[in-house]
Design a protein around this ligand. Sequence first.
Ligand SMILES: Cc1ncc(C[n+]2csc(CCOP(=O)(O)OP(=O)(O)O)c2C)c(N)n1
Ligand SMILES: [Mg+2]
Length: 395
Amino acid sequence: MTVLEQHGAYAPTPPPSWRPRTAPAPLLPDAEPHRVLGVERADGGPAPDGGLLLRLYESMVRGRRYNEQATALTKQGRLAVYPSSTGQEACQVAAALALREDDWLFPSYRDTLAAVARGLDPVQVLSLLRGDWHHGYDTRATRVAPLCTPLATQLPHAVGLARAAQLRGDEVAALALVGDGGTSEGDFHEALNFAAVWHAPVVVLVQNNGFAISVPLAKQTAAPSLAHKAVGYGMPGRLVDGNDAAAVHGVLTDALDRARRGDGPTLVEAVTYRLEAHTNADDATRYRTEAEIAAWRAHDPIALLEDELRQRELLDDAEAERVASAAERQAAELRERMNQDPEPDPMELFGHVFGERTPQLRAQAEQLRAELTAESAHAAPGDAHRGAHGGREAR
Ligand SMILES: Cc1ncc(C[n+]2csc(CCOP(=O)(O)OP(=O)(O)O)c2C)c(N)n1
Ligand SMILES: [Mg+2]
């Protein structure tokens, strides 16, 4: 007789870890994206704080200029590649400003503005996109993880960090940014599943900009919305207008507060649009029309915020001019610093790969060191800087 044939062996007694099914309704996102700017406050609730709106505005104006400058630097050969977030500034800046100092940000390659708005050095943020082997800033000191190019890999990192904070009793939340295309990755599924099971203090912001390079959302998913994906994992999904900086800031602040309180993770979908091509290497005219872009330009995140600020007399021409000049100065400084040639040390090739170098790598390192020393001995007087390479070697 097999165990399956024993009478009553598999009586459906719930195991100790069995839990009742939860009602999905409280987790479901609203049918329409949440909006704040330009909306009548019918509920009589307070208008968003004027100081916050001005900070968002200034960062967004600077951000747009930063995107323009970085794209120009690709054409001058100073940057290898640049994924512009023009059109998505509300998400970028609101994400950075919703974080507390102790919180962590987990960005993707497109989230340079979020890192800069969090206070990182604008040049260091571009290190990876410049083609350097390292990502340029101190992750622990800034609490900003490296910009992740492999899609959605930042999400399990964020959940892991949030889980560790939870176990240590730190009141810290992690905010991870991902694109619409990234939600089809296995890492998205694994991260959200762990986050929900562990009740981890993490918030995932999906910037749904309509495309994964040339693939439109309709070919990416059949879900009712990306926010609905939350329900299957057992966490709330929130849908927000990603071009409305006040709305994104409000939704993320609530979700981060919830996470820090110990009430678990949230998935937020921000509906937005990338106004430029995927990167400087992409020709967006091959997969989308001028009319589509014009429709989104009419819902420009900076104009939307500026209208509200002017209506509330929080912004006048002089202040707008001051903000534009500050953005221009920041761009000029970025240009100047990016135009300085970095002096890479060829010996760094051998660093940070093996804890203990293999005999072959040791031999190659010695050979390169000898060549560099010989080269610097023969260097013309104007080439003096090359002599520096012989000694410095990353370990
Ligand atoms: C694991 C992985 N697969 C494929 C790619 C190539 N790739 C780079 S960006 C991209 C599209 C991503 O689209 P989305 O997640 O919507 O982000 P967006 O670029 O729109 O911000 C793809 C497929 C990659 N970087 N990583
Ligand atoms: Mg996308």
